[in-house]
Design a binder for this molecule. Structure first.
Ligand code: BGC
Length: 752
């Protein structure tokens, strides 16, 4: 398409019309200009393509499609290649269905385990979330279909999601909430982005010029199209003026008129409207030129892929005494409603009308005979004594009991948050009753976010199957019986109790604001800093073999920009072939700015046969050591010693290597409010002060009378907190002009 030519031929009314959808799922097309309509559809873990009866919460039916594992699990794979392949599968089906853009992935950070949509989000860690999202985006787009990275930004709860203002300090926004999107935008290059419903610090995301124009486009170089979440447009004119391109779904004619009127009355520049139209035409152009429907398309092939992906998206949390895998001719009992009816996806806009569903009970038939007792129905909250008794009997008569537990859709879904982290009481009761008659108990969990497990100590094996997609049951059986070794690791912390969680006192906020008072201390950053015990730490996951780490080496023991590589050798020291996920954390080891104990900055996954050794290498850069410095509104690297940790989890650090990092010259503008200890850090400041103040500074710091009683160190410490403007106080008789000239000189020293 010749975008500039089309733009020049468009009337003001047509431009305005293009800036909102034609209906629920289509963009407007113009036959006379050769611009086709383009359809978008939810994602992210499969297609939810609706024909008639459109809605945005998955209430009405959509076409049949394959449901892949949800984001909480795919992030636990720590596997960029897997995410790419998942993206390819989704891109291919979208091509077959003539879709221009798939609405996803969702890169919001898991601030609280209670967020109803956590199953759709990747992680509590921005680096992992960004890497995972970027790989998915690249995969989908490699098939010529666009993605819409969502929900930009700070949509971390469902409570009042359409109006709440997330009150977040700059540093937490940059290091945690925006960082997850930043990496995905820079590395994934999504065609489009979807704004969140909520406000950030009082401004709706869809009409926030700082967020959309400054950060997203100017700083991060995003050159695609920005759309609203469905119904997230408060003031369309303000939106377009702020960097928004498309309002979805169609609001109505009055919305077109509002844009036209605003341009005519000079409240919206036609230049801004043209920018939006260019971005929209650019996206439609990509759709047109990359249209390449597959000659043949088979959902059956994708079902098998879904099983393969699901195996890597599950986490073996516990396996005392090597209870798993189940081998030999053991009598096995499957217990719990989820064995026959797995919960494999969440409720809401990502809900897929599956081509088929494979339960564990069905999948196990081809492996070995099992007895089955329901124990509880998936929607039960309170125990049913008869069902429970039947389950206890089945467990007592077996050699091993596998309990399938989980949350139901009423507890966890888009649209509302959970109230607590508990499993339904009937399930906890059942575990207790079964443990009383059977010591070989393995629990399989189907949930989208952490749950409290009050019986964790009395159950030898726990497999977190998450919401593993339509073939989840097959994957569970593959792992339980050892056809494949589990390999996932947690992309989130499992806290012991809700009261320990970082946002406990501030989630979901009381009225129209929610204060992110925990700041940068989200997830493991919080538990580590506060030295809190957890049930299972971030990055934790077991398998059927063991791994030994050796020979951690860095490309250099000093870092001054550029790249630093870290490599570690890993040996499979057990009996099963398996994959290990190695995590690399950066831990500051010097006094300085307040920082998390450690932060994930690299990871790699390696498949090893028994006895085999391989190497995992990651590359770190300046950003791996940086923090967001609010005083300069930019990233800063503090100089000093850092430790690179090669780890099996955030609480299982295997090897460490120090590196001396050369810091940035931090240049914070001096004002009258700058305190002396900060001023003294400026190279040359002490000399300048001595010269300018002479005896006066001496007097200020100690006072004549105190000279004998107070040492120089004490005097320096006492004045450390004193702002520059106070130099004039305490009878030093320093005129204001003199102080102002000092401020100027100190800034000149810094080249400011
Ligand atoms: C959700 C989005 C979704 C959209 C369209 C919204 O309610 O927040 O994630 O893409 O609906 O269904």
């Amino acid at each position: 398409m010749d975008i500039e030519k089309i733009l020049s031929q468009m009337t003001l009314e047509e431009k305005a019309a293009l800036c909102q959808g034609k209906d629920f799922w289509h963009l407007v097309g113009f036959e006379r200009l050769g611009v086709p309509e383009m359809m978008v559809s939810d994602g992210p873990h499969g297609l939810r393509k609706q024909d008639e009866q459109a809605d945005h919460l998955g209430v009405n039916e959509s076409i049949k499609a394959v449901c892949f594992p949800t984001a909480v699990g795919t992030a636990a794979s720590f596997d960029r290649e897997l995410l790419y392949q998942l993206g390819e599968a989704i891109g291919e089906s979208a091509q077959a269905e003539n879709l221009g853009v798939v609405l996803g992935p969702a890169a919001n950070i898991k601030r609280s385990p209670l967020c109803g949509r956590n199953f759709e989000y990747f992680s509590e860690d921005p680096y992992l979330s960004a890497q995972t999202a970027a790989a998915y985006i690249r995969g989908v787009q490699s098939k010529g279909v666009g993605t819409s990275l969502k929900h930009f930004a700070a949509n971390n709860q469902e409570a009042r999601r359409m109006s709440i203002s997330a009150e977040i300090r700059e540093r937490a926004l940059r290091e945690i909430y925006l960082a997850s999107f930043e990496g995905a935008v820079k590395e994934g290059k999504p065609w489009t982005l979807m704004c969140s419903y909520n406000k950030i610090n009082g401004v709706y995301s869809s009409q926030n010029p700082w967020l959309l124009n400054e950060v997203l486009r100017k700083e991060w170089g995003f050159d695609g199209m920005v759309m609203t979440d469905w119904g997230a447009c408060d003031d369309h004119v303000q939106g377009v003026a702020s960097g928004l391109d498309l309002e979805m779904p169609r609001a109505g004619d009055s919305d077109d008129l509002a844009l036209v009127k605003a341009v005519r009355e000079g409240r919206l520049s036609e230049k801004d409207l043209d920018t939006a139209v260019r971005n929209l035409l650019g996206t439609i152009d990509k759709y047109v030129t990359k249209r390449n429907p597959p000659a043949e398309f088979d959902w059956g092939v994708q079902h098998h892929q879904a099983r393969k992906f699901a195996r890597e998206a599950m986490v073996l949390l516990k396996n005392d005494g090597d209870l798993l895998p189940i081998t030999g001719n053991k009598k096995v009992a499957f217990i719990g409603g989820f064995a026959a009816k797995p919960r494999f996806q969440g409720g809401g806009s990502s809900h897929i009308n599956c081509t088929e569903i494979l339960s564990a009970l069905e999948a196990v038939r081809s492996v070995c005979p099992v007895t089955y007792a329901e124990g509880f129905a998936v929607d039960d909250m309170e125990a049913d004594p008869a069902r429970q008794a039947e389950a206890v009997k089945a467990a007592a008569e077996a050699d091993i009991a596998v309990l399938f537990l989980g949350l139901n859709d009423r507890i966890e879904s888009e649209g509302y948050d959970r109230r607590d982290m508990k499993l339904p009481p009937c399930q906890n009761e059942l575990v207790k009753a079964v443990c009383a008659v059977q010591k070989n108990v393995a629990v399989v969990l189907h949930n989208g976010s952490p749950v409290e497990l009050p019986w964790a100590d009395s159950v030898p094996a726990i497999l977190e199957a998450y919401l593993g997609g339509q073939a989840a049951g097959g994957a569970v059986v593959d792992l339980l019986f050892g056809a494949v070794s589990p390999c996932g690791k947690l992309a989130e912390t499992f806290p012991l109790r809700l009261e320990d969680t970082p946002s406990y006192l501030d989630f979901p906020g009381e009225t129209d604001k929610v204060y992110y008072s925990e700041g940068i201390y989200v997830g493991y950053r919080w538990y580590d800093k506060r030295k809190l015990p957890v049930l299972f730490p971030f990055g934790h996951g077991l398998t059927y073999t063991t791994f030994a780490y050796s020979n951690l080496r860095l490309s250099s023991d000093a870092f001054d920009g550029g790249e630093l590589t870290a490599s570690v050798d890993v040996t499979n020291t057990g009996k099963f072939a398996a994959k290990e996920i190695v995590q690399f954390y950066v831990r500051p080891d010097h006094a300085g700015i307040d920082r998390p104990v450690r932060e994930l900055k690299g990871y790699g996954k390696i498949a090893l046969a028994p006895g085999e050794t391989g190497t995992v290498t990651v590359t770190l850069d300046r950003r791996s050591f940086a923090y967001w410095e609010e005083r300069i509104h930019d990233w800063d690297v503090e100089g000093g010693r850092y430790v690179i940790e090669a780890a099996a989890s955030s609480r299982d650090i295997r090897l460490c290597a120090p590196v001396e990092v050369k810091g940035d010259a931090l240049r914070v503008p001096v004002t009258g409010d700058t305190i002396m200890s900060e001023i003294r850090k400026i190279p040359g400041a002490r000399e300048l002060l001595n010269e300018a103040l002479g005896a006066k500074e001496h007097k200020m710091e100690g006072g004549d009378a105190a000279e004998e009683a107070i040492s120089n160190e004490m005097a320096e410490a006492m004045s450390a907190e004193m702002p520059l403007h106070c130099l004039g106080s305490f009878n030093n008789d320093l005129p204001r002009e003199f102080l102002l000239s000092l401020v100027e000189k100190l800034n000149a020293l810094q080249g400011l």
